[in-house]
Design a protein around this ligand. Structure first.
Ligand SMILES: Cc1ncc(COP(=O)(O)O)c(C=O)c1O
Length: 450
């Protein structure tokens, strides 16, 4: 370690309080300080290169320092970095809105900007509540969400979060939310088998909606994959059922595409897998290619029009963040959407998805990998102590964290979700790099578990 790295490391430990991190441990461990990036690689202050195996928290699609995105941001910087969107428009946010509506599920017509995934969800929740209120139904103050769901860390988003470790402690502060079962086939809470259950968990969701719908504004779901809950892949048909249930009971459907949007599931949006148009859709992370904090909440004309009225009716959406629609973020996002079109990214991703499937095959017989999950270019390995009983490693063993720490020695940066190893590299990863990544995960799992 160079003297400079050592000094930076000490300064980091002295001043920074890291998110989702037990700082008592962190200050006693080696920390890694990223200095630069190049394509799929993160480079630390000592010049070591690591594959960015979780795309810098599921954001980076086309690599670091991608020329087209760099150029777009640099040329925007020569014009202006930021002006407010409260009562003013700007060039890149305007162009981006048109592009987004052009690719979004049919029926979504309006774009409300904010600056991160949590705020995109907050906007959706508040909009759903006000939609009903503006239409004269003020009783719909509750939401339906799924167990194991994650929608962000602001209080509204935490209210609809279903991960007790993250959300349980905040319960006294939260809105009233009814939780439906998670479509978690590996650990089905009804002990059913996905081959013949008829998506039983969707029936349970419907029963909940039937019971509470008169007081429910919206149902929020992560389409196809519950991300932070453990990369839980929903069975085919589940999302379509969610849409049908919402329609049947007059509840708005919020699709939180923050993690799965922009190609991760192998389609542009998770909703596209089942031909679903939600009433509200939250976007962030990949929207700016992982470059800038930028988010958007898309709405149908029906939702939007409930907010129209005389000024004195005060139906305007009273919500807006300082950096809403920021020009640098929007210019990065325009470049991202241009790349999708120019490089036919979704089509060209399909062979890489198939190669990832083939590479994951080796884990199926592994004594400590209980479940191998994949949807598109998202994959996960659920580690178990006992494969027969699906017995978990105790959280205190920090098995996932130890494996990810070991992976660094093999040139890979990944981050676990408890006992689940997440595989979510940038789309530009080559076959050779993908194999190197999976080899590094395999050897790291072996070293830690066997
Ligand atoms: C599905 C989903 N929604 C919302 C969020 C929150 O996004 P942010 O961390 O940008 O607030 C996340 C973050 O991981 C997410 O996965």
């Amino acid at each position: 370690m160079t003297a400079r790295t050592d000094a930076l490391s000490n300064t980091d430990k002295q001043y920074i309080w890291h998110p989702f991190t037990q700082m008592k441990d962190y200050v006693n461990e080696d920390n890694l300080i990223i200095e630069s990036g190049e394509g799929v690689y993160l480079i630390d202050t000592d010049g070591n290169r690591y594959i960015d195996g979780v795309s810098s928290l599921w954001t980076n699609l086309f690599g670091h320092r991608r020329r087209e995105i760099d150029d777009a941001v640099k040329s925007q910087l020569d014009k202006i970095a930021h002006s407010t969107m409260l009562g003013l428009a700007n060039v890149p946010a305007t162009k981006l809105a048109e592009k987004l509506i052009g690719i979004a599920p049919k029926g979504l017509k309006k774009v409300f900007y904010s600056d991160n995934g949590s705020t995109a969800v907050e906007v959706a929740l508040k909009t759903a509540f006000l939609y009903h209120a503006h239409k004269g139904d003020k009783k719909r103050t509750k939401f339906i969400a799924l167990k194991n769901s994650y929608h962000g860390d602001t209080l509204g988003a935490v209210s609809v979060g279903g991960i007790s470790l993250f959300h349980g402690l905040f319960k006294p502060l939260l809105a009233d939310v009814k939780f439906a079962p998670s479509p978690y086939c590996y650990r089905c809470e009804f002990d059913k088998r996905p081959e013949n259950c008829g998506i039983y968990c969707a029936d349970a969701l419907e029963a909940l909606a039937k019971k509470h719908h008169r007081e429910v504004a919206a149902l929020i779901v992560e389409p196809m994959v519950q991300g932070a809950g453990g990369i839980i892949t929903a069975p085919p048909g589940y999302l379509k059922r969610v849409r049908e249930i919402c329609d049947k009971y007059g509840v708005l459907m919020i699709a939180d595409e923050v993690a799965v949007g922009f190609g991760r599931t192998g389609k542009m949006f998770g909703c596209d897998n089942e031909g679903v148009t939600p009433d509200l859709m939250a976007l962030a992370k990949g929207l700016s290619g992982g470059y800038m904090p930028l988010a958007a909440t898309l709405a149908t004309e029906e939702v939007y029009s409930a907010f129209l009225g005389e000024y004195s009716e005060y139906k305007a959406l009273f919500h807006g963040h300082t950096f809403t629609g920021n020009q640098l973020g929007a210019s990065a996002a325009c470049a991202v959407l241009d790349i999708f079109e120019k490089d036919d990214v979704i089509t060209n991703l399909q062979p890489k998805i198939a190669y990832l499937t083939a590479l994951l095959e080796r884990f199926k017989g592994h004594p400590h990998v209980g479940d191998v999950r994949q949807r598109g270019f998202i994959a996960a390995l659920e580690l178990v102590q006992n494969k027969e009983t699906k017995g978990d490693y105790p959280p205190a063993e920090k098995i996932g964290a130890k494996i990810c720490q070991e992976a660094r020695k093999h040139g890979l940066i990944i981050r676990p979700l408890g006992n689940v190893i997440v595989i979510m590299p940038p789309y530009i990863i080559t076959d050779g790099e993908l194999k190197k990544m999976i080899d590094a995960i395999e050897v790291s799992i072996d070293r830690v578990t066997i």
